[in-house]
Design a protein around this ligand. Structure first.
Ligand code: ATP
Ligand code: MG
Length: 204
C-alpha cells in the first residue's frame, strides 16, 4: 500500500522490508544450537543487573541457574535477598569476604577466591545447569587471584548446552577470545558523580 499523503511512509516501508530480509537471512543462517559464553564488561552501570535479567529469563522457562558472586560488598543486594527468599532452586554462592580494598589481605583474598572458584568448577561441569553467572569474575583474573588458563579452560570445556555469563570491568583478552558475545557497557554519566547516593533497589 502506498501513502501519497505521507512521503516518509513509503520510505519507511522499504527500509523495514530490507531490514526484515536481512534479519530473516541471519535467522536462516544460524544453524548451531549450543550454550553461549557472554562477557559483560565496561565501566558503565548495567553489567550485574543484566546478568540477573538473564537468570530471570532462564527461570521463566524452568531452567536451572547458578550464580557465583566474587565480590561481596558490605551491603546486601536486592538480587541476593530475592534469590535467597524466593528462588531456592537457584544455587547461589558468594565469596565470603569483603574485597581487597576492605580487607587489604592479599593471601586471604586469594584463598577465598580459590574456594569460591571451586563452586564454579562444580557448576561448570554439571550439565543440569542451563545458565551459570560468574559475577565480577574479571577482577579475580585482573588481580591474578586465580589461574587464568585454568579458568578459561574450565569455561570453554563446560557442557555444550550450558550458557555462562561473566561480568566485571576489565575482562581481559582471554575472556574476550573465548566469549561468543561481548558487550561493553559504556559510562556516559552516572548519578554518583553528581553526588546522588546509591539507591536501594536500583544500585544494590
Ligand atoms: P549494576 O550492578 O547496577 O548492574 P554494574 O554491575 O554494571 O552495575 P559494577 O562495576 O559492578 O557495575 O558496580 C556496581 C555498583 O556500582 C552499582 O551500585 C552501580 O550503580 C555502581 N556503578 C556502576 N557503574 C558506575 C559508574 N560508572 N560510576 C559510579 N558508580 C557506578
Ligand atoms: Mg557488577
Amino acid at each position: 500500500m502506498t501513502h501519497p499523503e505521507d512521503p516518509k511512509a513509503n520510505k519507511h516501508k522499504a527500509a523495514m522490508e530490507k531490514q526484515k530480509a536481512q534479519v530473516d537471512a541471519s535467522i536462516e543462517a544460524a544453524a548451531t544450537e549450543r550454550g553461549v559464553m557472554i562477557l559483560l564488561t565496561g565501566d558503565g552501570k548495567g553489567k550485574t543487573t543484566s546478568a540477573f535479567g538473564m537468570v530471570m529469563r532462564a527461570l521463566g522457562y524452568g531452567h536451572k541457574a547458578g550464580v557465583v558472586q566474587f565480590i561481596k560488598g558490605e551491603q546486601l543486594s536486592g538480587e541476593e535477598l530475592y534469590l535467597r527468599d524466593h528462588c531456592p532452586q537457584v544455587e547461589f554462592h558468594q565469596m565470603g569476604t569483603g574485597f581487597t580494598w576492605d580487607t587489604q589481605d592479599r593471601s586471604g583474598d586469594i584463598a577465598a577466591a580459590k574456594a569460591t572458584w571451586a563452586c564454579c568448577e562444580a557448576m561448570l561441569a554439571d550439565p543440569s545447569f542451563d545458565l551459570v553467572v560468574l559475577d565480577e569474575l574479571t577482577y579475580m583474573l585482573g588481580f591474578d587471584y586465580l589461574d587464568a588458563d585454568r579458568v578459561l579452560k574450565v569455561i570453554t570445556e563446560r557442557p555444550s548446552s550450558q550458557s555462562v555469563v561473566v561480568t566485571g570491568r576489565g575482562g581481559g583478552r582471554g575472556l574476550r577470545e573465548i566469549a561468543d558475545t561481548v558487550s561493553e557497557v559504556k559510562d556516559i554519566k552516572h548519578a554518583f558523580a553528581s553526588g546522588i547516593m546509591a539507591r536501594r533497589g536500583v544500585d544494590y
